[in-house]
Design a protein around this ligand. Structure first.
Ligand code: SF4
Ligand code: SF4
Ligand code: FES
Length: 318
């Protein structure tokens, strides 16, 4: 999104109305219960539903992946991936995940325009992915892989990540979560799970365009140095092998001869051994400081910050 200002002298800051990636996303669904016809089958969905809810309620003619829509816990849709396009009689081809289920809507999943849009958009998603399924810990339980198989993708029309770009180092520093940004499709699910559901505020999207990536709100460089509390929710909602719980990051890999890197290729940031408990050193330091401050306020504490470990990163938590 461009940050260039137009004539906005009296306009409120954009963030007053829109806070992407937070629970303040505006409601997208229908105002009331709605009866929708999907591929000839009528289905009635609850108030607040979008077309994807109706599509998921029936046996459709074509598969509709919906990769940036989690469908539970208020996570998504971000309307980013556009792999959920369907055709409606009234509005043409629309993203099902973020289109309200209007009463009387007629939806077709196998209309040419919708099927082509889904196929092109899935290939666009794959063009930012390395497709190294045989050495990925999510092999066999990956939503992106499922979508590609359903769509009979043999050769993504725009190539894959390997064809054109340098690899990001694999972040293997945390004792609990591995991050392989070379498999990230920027669906934002992990950011919402961390910020809106767990309310830990660890993850964020950073950068723009081709440089957009998952990063840390504390500006930490690695997972180990971040404020992550290792709840694992981000890995649970990730539709690809980009975030995988440690211990199963290699569980489904089929090693290739001569292939020495874990889960991806290129450089890896390894664990330093500092992160031993459920919290990273940075999070522990932050919590200890907060507790010490509370004790001081209530007069219980006495001297400043006993037991506060040195912040190894010297980073300030905002
Ligand atoms: S494991 Fe860490 S980064 Fe992931 S959701 Fe939990 S606190 Fe956030
Ligand atoms: S790490 Fe996973 S959940 Fe997070 S944006 Fe990337 S693909 Fe989506
Ligand atoms: S699931 Fe609809 S745009 Fe991604």
């Amino acid at each position: 999104m461009s940050s260039e200002s137009h004539d906005t002298t009296d306009a409120p800051p954009l963030t007053e109305d829109i806070a992407p990636g937070t629970a303040t996303d505006p409601p997208l669904g229908s105002a009331d219960r709605a009866t929708v016809t999907v591929d000839g089958t009528e289905v009635t969905v609850a108030a607040g539903s979008t077309l994807i809810d109706a599509v998921e309620a029936v046996d459709t003619d074509d598969s509709v992946p919906a990769l940036c829509h989690y469908g539970r816990e208020g996570i998504g849709p971000r309307s980013e991936c556009r792999t959920c396009m369907v055709e409606t009689d009234a509005h043409g081809v629309v993203p099902a995940c973020s289109f309200p289920a209007e009463d009387g809507a007629v939806v077709s999943t196998d209309a040419d325009g919708a099927a082509t849009a889904r196929s092109v958009n899935l290939d666009l998603v794959l063009s930012n992915h390395n497709l190294r399924c045989t050495t990925c810990g999510k092999n066999g339980r990956c939503e992106l892989q499922d979508a590609a198989i359903e769509e009979d993708v043999e050769e993504p029309r725009y190539g894959v990540f390997d064809d054109r770009d340098a690899y990001e180092p694999l972040d293997d520093t945390s004792s609990f979560i591995q991050i392989d940004r070379n498999k990230c499709i920027l669906c934002n699910r992990c950011v919402e799970a961390c910020n809106d559901v767990q309310v830990e505020g660890v993850l964020r999207m950073e950068g723009s365009g081709q440089d957009t990536r998952i990063g840390f709100q504390s500006d930490a460089e690695t997972m180990e140095a971040s404020t992550c509390v290792s709840c694992g929710h981000c890995a649970t909602v990730c539709p690809t092998g980009s975030l995988v719980e440690k211990g199963i990051e290699d569980a489904t890999t089929i090693p290739l001869p001569g292939f020495t890197q874990k889960n991806s290729i290129g450089k890896a940031y390894e664990n330093t051994g500092r992160s031993k408990g459920p919290m990273t050193p940075k999070k522990r330091a932050q919590r200890a400081k907060e507790e010490a401050a509370t004790e001081n306020e209530t007069g219980d504490g006495g001297d400043a910050t006993p037991g506060v470990p040195e912040d190894p990163d010297g980073g300030e938590w905002p």
